[in-house]
Each structure stands twice: as C-alpha cells, then as structure tokens.
Design a protein around this ligand. Structure first.
Ligand SMILES: Cc1cc2nc3c(=O)[nH]c(=O)nc-3n(C[C@H](O)[C@H](O)[C@H](O)COP(=O)(O)O)c2cc1C
Length: 401
C-alpha cells in the first residue's frame, strides 16, 4: 500500500497475552490503511508469537530487546519514541498496565512508553479476575487520568475457559480507536452528537416487514467521525449491516415510531443531531398478529404515514442546536433536497443520489452535495462515506463557530 499524507508512524507494542496472535492482523490492517508500523514484542509475547511474522507484515525489523548487540540507531528507544505518532499496545497485559501506571522501565517497551510524548492507546486482554482486580482497575484509572486512551476489553469466551469481561476487543474496534487517537481535529470535545443510522422495519405480521436497503454505513461513518473529533456520540440504530463504532452508545429502534420516540427524547440533550437513517415513510395500517397465509386472491395492504423524525426533531430545535438531514433522491436531486431543507427547518442537508450502484444504499461511496440555508452548495464527486462524514463535520464545525 502506498504511503499517503495521512500515513502515521505507529509503534505496536505486543505483550504476553494469548491474544498476541491477533496483533498480526492488526499490523496487517494498519499497513493496508497506509500507516507505517514498528512492532515491539515483550519477552513474554515472544513465547506466544514469532517476530518473523511481524517482520514480514510490517517490512521492518521487530524490536525485541533493550540491549541488542547490533541494534541500529533508528530503533534506539528514544528515536522511536520521538518519531511515533501513536503507541498502540495490543494486547495489553495486566503487567504492562501496572508498569506504565507506575513508571517502571525494565524493558524496551515500558522504557519507551516513558520517553514518548505520542498518544498511547491500550487494548487490554486478560482473565476476568485479573481485569476486575482493584490493582488493575486502579492502574487503568491512573493511565486514563494521564490521558491514555483505552479500547475494550470485550466480554465473551476467554482462553482460560471462563466467560466474562477481559477478552481483547475485536480488531475493527481497535482500528476505529486508532483513527480516533490519530485524529488531530478535536473540535467536538464536550459536545453531544446523536446520529440515526440504518433502516427502519415495519411489521406486516410476526415474521415479515416492510423495509429498505439502508446498510447503516453512512450513519456509522458519521458516528465514527464525531467520536474522532472528541464528541460523546449516541447512535439510534435501525437495521444495520455494519456494527456502530466502538465508543458510541447505541440505542436500537426497529420501527419509525420507535425511532421518533427515541430521537425526540435524546435530541433534548444533543448539541448536534444528524438524521442519516432511512426512516420508512409508510407502515402497514393493521399488522397481522398471526403469520399471513396465502388465500389465492393476493393481498392488498393499507399503509399509513409514519412520523417524519427529522422534521419533528428540528421543530423542537433549541438555540445553538444543529439539526442535519439527508435527502436520498432518485430524481430532481437538488430541487427536492432544497425544498426539504427549508420545509423541515434543517441547518444543513446532504443531498445524495441513490439510483446508481456506486452511490447510496449499501455502497461504500456517495455522490453527495452539502447544502446550507444560505444556498451554498459543496459538491462531493463520488467520495467515500468516511470522506462525506469528514466534510460534513467540517461544515458543522464552521456553523458552530
Ligand atoms: C499462555 C499464557 C497466556 C497469558 N495470557 C495473558 C493475558 O491474556 N493477559 C495477561 O495480562 N497476562 C497473560 N499471561 C501472563 C503474562 O504473560 C505475564 O504476566 C507476563 O509477565 C507479561 O509480561 P509482559 O507484559 O511484559 O508481556 C499469560 C501467560 C501465559 C503463559
């Protein structure tokens, strides 16, 4: 993968947890995203996973010991500490958390953690009792108070045969946390952002529904961008094909009525509300309580209109609160989007085409236009949903000033 201007120098500290093998995948994904990775393996980690794998994946010499006879100046610990944009410790043992909290420096990794001024992100992995132990909890609190970031741990089956909290969080969540830690724009710190995402489903009977093709990818990208910029984020999640980002609070809403009720309640405390969900306009008037059967005569459905969630939220807008909507259109894109912006009293609208394969529902990219109340239009020609989210929050940030 070609390095880009957003490429960063990441030091990946791998410590002696059974999850150490997952650090190979983390290296690989970071390299795919264009970052440069220097892997550091503690002595315990080297019993569990081989340095050769990391060397092959990162294309760089792996650091394994403080006193290497032929160590080059580039991997000397002060040099690495100074050029790092981020230290990611994944998996992080109870031991490295204790050493980092107390400032111990008895091997390469713990010494370099003291020498660096780069952000530090820990992905803890350990047995539930070790994690819940007051000593570990205290060490985590100390590190958080010093500004270190944490991702996970998750809950589930542990290598020791028990079920509980302590397993290293999944790799995608670690990658999201890396992007958040690397993001230099922190213009949403202290603000609360609510994002609706995915599609609603309206029951026809106990086993069938009326739905739409929304994947939730746009909502996910928006929630992640807001998290990266330091906001507290809540996702009101309809049906999503992708998981909301780690770090966002998630409230599930199945139908448009549920989404409206939750949105109106959460919007009260939100500074920014972004409605990216595809909320169904109609629902069956009288859903059957039993599974509908064939009658040989077909089926006529009576539909009623659902609440217009974003309009209802915007109608109750407080001073200084921003409400942003999406207009997914198959025709008359600009005309329909501008009309919606005005009628629904939104601050910004993202008009997007949904009638081509590379734009809209399910796609990773979008042909979008950002339109504000003054009629300014910013055109994004086929951009990734992550890029659209970034540009949208740049505009939101301008409106907050
Ligand atoms: C097979 C095996 C798995 C281990 N898994 C973990 C673990 O998941 N988390 C942890 O905190 N310690 C774990 N340990 C214990 C650590 O390896 C031990 O505390 C060690 O001193 C950590 O050193 P380090 O932090 O320098 O890598 C494990 C030990 C063994 C033998």
């Amino acid at each position: 993968m070609k390095r880009t201007t957003s490429s960063k120098e990441i030091v990946l500290g791998v410590t002696g947890s059974i999850a150490a093998y997952k650090a190979c995948e983390i290296s690989s994904r970071l390299i795919e995203r264009g970052h440069a990775v220097t892997a550091v393996l503690t002595e315990s980690a080297r019993h569990l996973v081989g340095a050769a794998s990391f060397e092959a994946l990162t294309g760089r010499r792996v650091i394994t010991a403080m006193f290497e006879p032929f160590a080059s100046p580039e991997i000397e610990h002060i040099a690495v500490a100074q050029r790092a944009d981020l230290f990611l410790i994944a998996p992080a043992t109870a031991n490295i958390l204790a050493k980092a909290a107390r400032g111990m420096a008895d091997d390469w990794l713990s010494t370099t953690l003291l020498a660096t001024r780069a952000p530090i992100l820990f992905a803890p992995a350990m047995n539930t009792n070790m994690y819940n132990h007051p000593a570990t909890q205290e060490n985590i609190e100390i590190l958080k108070a010093r500004g270190c970031a944490f991702v996970g741990p998750g809950t589930g089956n542990l290598a020791c045969g028990t079920v509980g909290i302590g397993r290293m969080i999944d790799v995608p969540a670690i990658l999201d946390a890396v992007e958040a830690a690397l993001c230099e724009t922190k213009d949403l710190v202290g603000l609360s952002v609510v994002v609706t995402a995915g599609g609603t489903r309206e029951p026809l009977d106990p086993v069938r529904f009326l739905g739409n093709h929304s994947s939730g990818k746009m909502g996910r990208a928006l929630a992640l961008e807001a998290l990266k910029r330091g906001a507290r984020v809540t996702v009101i999640a309809g049906h999503m094909d992708v998981a909301p980002p780690e770090g966002a609070e998630v409230v599930v809403a199945q139908t448009a009525n549920e989404m409206a009720e939750i949105a109106l309640s959460l919007a009260q405390d939100a500074d920014i509300f972004v409605g990216a969900a595809a909320v169904g306009d109609f629902r069956p008037e009288d859903p059957s309580e039993e599974k509908l059967k064939r009658s040989g005569k077909g089926l006529k459905l009576a539909l009623v209109e659902n609440p217009d969630v974003i309009s209802q939220v915007a109608a109750l807008k407080r001073d200084g609160q921003l409400v942003v909507g999406f207009a997914a259109e198959t025709d008359n894109l600009m005309k329909n989007a501008k009309a919606k912006l005005k009628k629904k009293q939104l601050d910004l609208i993202v008009a997007n085409e949904v009638n081509t394969e590379d734009s809209g529902f399910g796609a990773d990219t979008l042909r979008a236009r950002l339109i504000d109340t003054e009629g300014n239009v910013e055109e994004l020609d086929l951009a990734t949903k992550e890029e659209v989210a970034k540009r949208l929050f740049d505009r939101i940030s301008d409106l907050l000033d």
